[in-house]
Write a protein that binds this ligand. Structure first.
Ligand SMILES: NC(=O)c1ccc[n+]([C@@H]2O[C@H](COP(=O)([O-])OP(=O)(O)OC[C@H]3O[C@@H](n4cnc5c(N)ncnc54)[C@H](OP(=O)(O)O)[C@@H]3O)[C@@H](O)[C@H]2O)c1
Length: 266
């Protein structure tokens, strides 16, 4: 699909979001950058204006706020791409993490992403042009003990994206779930999860590599984009295993990671 125009990117102040902003600006998109740390967005916007001569707007905003979608629509009524990238996770035994923190994770990863998607889609459909890219994860493919709420939120993102894509595709619009494995960013220190640099290269991607996949996903008619072929194969094979077995295997792998951090679950 030939989509250009303005891309709205949440969580553009760091990690994958920043890399997506850089890649889309280089590809000729104007941007609206959204995150809470506005000073970081201002610095990125100045850099992208200088390097690529694009129109880059900045919005310092907590996207989990109920009125975030209205503010973003008002700032970018001409948007053609929405990248729902802002997201958090909490790693560890679910009963050791404060319930309110896990509820906040659901509000950001699921509720806010849903509000934003449903706010931007009507304009895309009316203009018969637009793509929503939702950052899911390989954690979406199976239950993940010790990353339980995070994996459940990403399963929601994957399912929602695939379903909405079927609903809007005939109207010139697409919804794509992007499913990276470990990517070294601030995500791990915020989640309290192991440093992604320890993940074998086969399964690890850089933010820039994920950004490249995002750009391709905007142009290609596929509803799910998985940056590492290793994970595509893994996803395909685990469909033939009982879900309970897959959950247990994921739990064993996560237990080892927790033990490696000196925080073994019982
Ligand atoms: N890194 C990985 O291994 C990995 C793997 C698979 C999927 N993902 C997914 O990829 C996405 C990006 O992850 P990342 O690794 O780039 O994480 P990151 O480095 O921690 O960046 C997260 C971004 O989200 C923003 N953000 C967080 N809460 C926000 C809020 N309430 N309102 C607005 N912005 C908010 C942060 O900016 P402010 O703090 O300035 O608001 C930051 O720009 C997430 O959805 C994550 O689940 C990551």
């Amino acid at each position: 699909m030939d989509v250009s125009g303005r891309a709205v990117i949440t969580g553009a102040s760091a990690g994958i979001g920043e890399a997506v902003a850089r890649r889309l600006a280089a590809a000729g998109f104007d941007l609206l950058l959204v995150a809470r740390r506005a000073e970081r967005l201002e610095a990125l916007a100045a850099d992208l204006r200088t390097k690529h001569g694009r129109d880059v707007k900045v919005l310092g905003l907590d996207v989990a706020r109920e009125d975030a979608a209205q503010e973003m629509l008002a700032a970018a009524p001409d948007a053609t791409v929405l990248v729902n990238n802002a997201g958090v996770g909490r790693f560890g035994p679910a009963l050791s993490i404060p319930a309110e923190e896990q509820a906040q994770e659901v509000r950001l990863n699921c509720e806010s992403l849903t509000r934003l998607t449903l706010a931007f889609l009507p304009g895309f459909v009316a203009r018969r042009r637009g793509v929503v890219l939702n950052l899911a994860s390989i954690a979406a493919f199976q239950p993940v003990p010790y990353f339980a709420v995070y994996a459940a939120t990403k399963a929601y993102v994957l399912s929602l994206s695939e379903a909405l894509d079927v609903e809007v595709r005939g109207q010139g619009v697409r919804v794509v779930a992007v499913c990276p494995g470990p990517v070294p960013t601030e995500f791990q220190s915020i989640a309290g999860s192991p440093d992604a640099h320890h993940t074998p290269r086969l399964a690890r991607r850089t933010p820039e590599e994920v950004a490249e996949v995002c750009l391709k996903a905007i142009r290609r008619p596929r509803p799910v984009a998985i940056p590492a072929p290793f994970h595509t194969i893994m996803w395909w094979f685990q469909r033939f295993l009982p879900r309970r077995t897959v959950a247990r295997m994921a739990g064993d792998a996560m237990k080892k990671r927790l033990a490696g951090q000196g925080a073994a679950p019982g």
